[in-house]
Design a binder for this molecule. Sequence first.
Ligand code: HEM
Length: 516
Amino acid sequence: MASAPLNELCLATLTLSIVFLTILWYKFTPNIPHDQESRLPPGPRGLPIVGFLPFLRSNLHHQLTELSQHYGPIYKLWLGTKLCIVLNSPSLAKEVVRDQDSIFANRDPPIAGLVGTYGGTDISFSPYGSYWRDMRKLFVREMLSNRNLEVCYSLRKHEVRKTIRNVHTKIGNPIDIGELAFATEMNVIMSMIFGSNFVEEKCRKDGTEFRELVIKFLQVMGKPNISDFFPMLARFDLQGIQKEMAALLKSFESILEPAINEHMKMLMDKSEEIQGNGKKDFMHILLELMEQKNIGKSADLVQIKAILVDIVIGGTDTTITTVEWVMAELLNNPEIMSKVQHELKDVVGMNNIVEESNLSELNYLDAVLKETLRLHPALPLLLPKRPSQSAIVGGYTIPEGTKVLLNVYAIHRDPQVWESPLDFQPERFLNSTNLDYAGNNMKYLPFGSGRRVCAGLPLAEKMLMFILASLLHSFDWKLPEGKKIDLSEGFGLVIKKKERLLAIPTLRLPHSELYQ
Ligand code: HEM
């Protein structure tokens, strides 16, 4: 008996909620003009109000690839009040990142992404325009200039050698490859940003904690958030995602702020240490440029911190995930691993350690890396785009403000584009002249293409090749007894292996001093 009023209450609440949501839906669903609506691409029918949202799965890129088999290379999904259009072919990619790049260079960041980047004041999520252009120029031309990358080689070498020494102490024991790659990449990035002292003091102490933080940051950013699909609900933060992201950003700041402050002080004191040998770390370049531009003081700091989020969070997880996938594919394909090591023996020699000058000669390893990024692109849907005006793509209308996903995962595995697309065959990259990372060939886009192509590409390529060549030249690797490779994927903005990869190293080089 007592449950009857409760049921009535539930029913009333439910009815009211439906009425409320219906009103909101009508009020906030973008008003697409009738002539445009009839020219939208096809797509699955969702439910009223929520659209396709209840049917989304956690491995979104798989699901979107399956949908392209039903609805064709361009289709639409209504996700709450948000219209989302997915592109799944090289010719459609060309229309967007080549023919109409200036319209599609705008981003559609998730709300968690905005919270995690101080309102999108970083490079990745800032809208297309002069602010983004200045920030990107500063990063690409100043921080990642050829000269600066050359000058920083000693830092990269120092960290990679440290990793080799570390593995040497664990010969015969299982090593977590992701953890190893993380420590190396993070130390390199941190020393390039703050100088090597910071790495010794800080990263060493908080290494594991920091890794968890980086992983969590990208997981939270990739979580489906009701606020993104019903923006009018964002203020309620119903899933607590915005709050969680704000807390993660605070933890990130607590690690970086002392170093930023120290640099500011050093710059103000014009200390010898920083002036000296032309070897400026990123922080120094950033602070100097900000000072030259006379941007207001508080704006400076926010911009600096936002750029650091891109480099530290965006740059490291993509790189280490890729190292992990390469090693997993090589352990799964021993004959390919042996070809890589043969090449290392020929190019580097068994009495030498890998130097960055060797990397351009390692054609087979380069092909292995490219093939891995074909099958396992770290960002399989790139970063979402939002056209700044309505456009026609594939003969269909894409209205202004739509979320546009370029499904690189589908393109990279399309049997009409690649022969035996699911097989791991590095040879397919050996004699191809235009399958590079710059996004010139629309069938291969692991770093995106057009104006918003990955800004960290020169550093990413150097680091990936250097870490992999060094690990594979110094050691032989095998799986722990009885273990099989599991190539299934986890969930998040960056697609990682579901299971951590453990592998056992044995010595490969003849002289112990090559491990010092
Ligand atoms: C394996 C390593 C990496 C992969 C696969 C990767 C991939 C990508 C992709 C797919 C995009 C989006 C492109 C688009 O939407 O068209 C991107 C953007 C970006 N990446 Fe990377 N990335 C990697 C490493 C790095 C590193 C090491 C850094 C920095 C040090 C970096 C910094 C950035 C930035 C700043 C953007 C935003 C560019 C913009 O919006 O203008 N990435 N990356």
